[in-house]
Structure formats: structure tokens, C-alpha cells
Design a protein around this ligand. Structure first.
Ligand SMILES: [Zn+2]
Length: 271
């Protein structure tokens, strides 16, 4: 599946890691290119306490691009979380984070023991509820356990997103029923992802959030290169074509979901 050209703005990137070493060296240029591509809002995600603190420090506006931060401990980092991580994260979140993330379960890599992943997720879900913040969820080969924990612990009233969603229609439906959004990355353009494309075709547009997951998952035709927020324009174009909609209509609906979730202001004309 291939779009002829990238979508034009106003766009957003609902999930990036601007602190990743791959983007560290030329971050100002990365943000400048994002602005030129029409990106107006980026959510920069923390993966550990330290990384979350740095994401908070990077917040700001430049070249028409607003960067906000989510603070959280990624399942890969769960085993390294200090005993008082929840208290430390609470203090970070109070400094102006718009979400708790990214948090979740990753049974593909299993970098942290699964019981530790589940416990760290549970406590961060409770924190998001207490702080009334939405959650950014990471799930890989762990949908059953994630759903079980969400149902037992509960989602924050503000909801959340399953970022870089890679499942099919049945999994999408399970998340949508719980009020979650689906984060759509460049994977939707990859060969062999027909089930994901079918899920994306069926989902309500206002529940789709477009994301780069920079520096990973660059969309076709840039696949394999370092990814950056500007490339979301290709993912949006591909999804619009897949759904038989105009990029403008798709983006308008998607901005409304982003505004509900994070209070992100869509630029005038997309409300
Ligand atoms: Zn991520």
C-alpha cells in the first residue's frame, strides 16, 4: 500500500521519543523539518524516571510546533524502577505532563520479568487515575494480560491510547470498547499488515491517533531509515487512501480525538 505524496498539515505526532540517542544530535533540525511538514503538536514520551524528567525539560514551542511530555516507565525499564518509583513519577507528572506514558507490557522482548511489568503497569495506572491524566499504553504480544489488568484496575476517566497498535479488528474492538484510542504508526504501511489495515479501516476516525514512534517504524516509502515526526505525513496519506477519505477530513476527526485526550489545541480551521 502506497500513498502518492505525504499529507499536508495541520498534522500532529501523538508519539515520539525526542530524547532517543538517534535524534539527540540534530533535534532542532528534526523539529524544524516537522514544522515545515505541517506538524503542529508532538507528544514526547518518557521511558524511565530520568528520561521522563528530560522530556519535561524539552517541552516548549518552536517554529510553530508545540512539544508536550508524557512521563512513565516503559515495560523494558520496569525491572530498573526504584522502590519509590510511583512517588517520584507523581512528582514528575505534577510538573506539567499531559499523560502518563509510555507504560504497558512487552512479552516479545521480556526485558523485565513479566510479574514486574504487570506490577509497574498497575501502579502507574493507579497514579494516572489519581492525577486524572490519560495513559499512553505499549502492548506487544500481551493483549490478554493488558485487557485483564485494565479491567481489574480500571482506566483513568481521561482514557488513553494503545500506541503503535499492531493488532487486527478483534483486538482493536476490545480496546475501542473500553474507550481507548488506537495509535497508528508507519506499520500500517508495511507489507504483511493486512489485519492491522482492516482494523484501521473499520475504526472511527476520531479514535485514530497518528504517530511516528520516532526514531522507529518509518513509514513506506522511508522504511528502514531513522524516523522523525515529519514522516507522520506519509502515514496519514496512506490511511486516508486506505479508508477512502480525504486527508483533511481524517485529520479533522483525529485532531478532535487528540484535543479530547490531551487538551491539544487544533489549529484554527480543524475544529
Ligand atoms: Zn514509544
Amino acid at each position: 500500500m502506497q500513498a502518492e505524496r505525504p499529507a499536508s498539515g495541520p498534522l500532529f505526532d501523538a508519539h515520539a521519543h525526542l530524547g532517543d540517542p538517534a535524534l539527540e544530535g540534530d533535534r532542532p533540525q528534526v523539529l524544524e523539518r516537522a514544522g515545515r511538514a505541517g506538524i503542529r503538536w508532538i507528544l514526547d514520551n518518557g521511558t524511565s524516571l530520568e528520561d521522563s524528567g528530560r522530556a519535561l525539560a524539552r517541552r516548549g514551542s518552536a517554529g510553530g510546533v508545540r512539544v508536550e511530555a508524557a512521563v512513565g516507565i516503559h515495560p523494558h525499564e520496569a525491572a530498573r524502577a526504584p522502590r519509590d518509583f510511583a512517588e517520584q513519577l507523581r512528582q514528575l507528572a505534577r510538573q506539567g505532563a499531559v499523560a502518563v506514558g509510555e507504560i504497558g507490557l512487552d512479552y516479545h522482548y521480556d526485558f523485565s520479568p513479566r510479574p514486574v511489568q504487570r506490577e509497574v503497569l498497575r501502579r502507574q495506572l493507579e497514579l494516572a487515575q489519581a492525577l486524572q491524566l490519560p495513559v499512553v499504553l505499549h502492548e506487544r504480544e500481551a493483549a490478554g494480560d493488558l485487557l485483564e489488568i485494565l479491567d481489574r484496575v480500571g482506566l483513568p476517566a481521561r482514557g488513553g491510547v494503545v500506541h503503535s497498535f499492531s493488532g487486527g479488528p478483534a483486538e482493536a474492538e476490545a480496546y475501542l470498547q473500553r474507550g481507548l484510542h488506537l495509535g497508528i504508526s508507519g506499520m500500517v504501511t508495511f507489507r504483511g499488515m493486512d489485519d492491522l489495515r482492516e482494523a484501521v479501516r473499520r475504526a472511527p476516525a476520531e479514535r485514530l491517533l497518528f504517530e511516528s514512534d520516532s526514531p522507529y517504524l518509518a513509514p513506506h516509502p522511508l522504511r528502514g531509515r531513522r524516523n522523525e515526526p515529519a514522516n507522520v505525513a506519509w502515514t496519514v496519506a496512506a490511511v486516508a487512501e486506505l479508508r477512502g477519505e480525504s486527508p483533511e477530513a481524517l485529520l479533522k476527526a483525529s485532531w478532535s480525538g487528540l484535543a479530547r485526550l490531551y487538551g491539544a489545541e487544533p489549529p484554527a480551521g480543524t475544529r
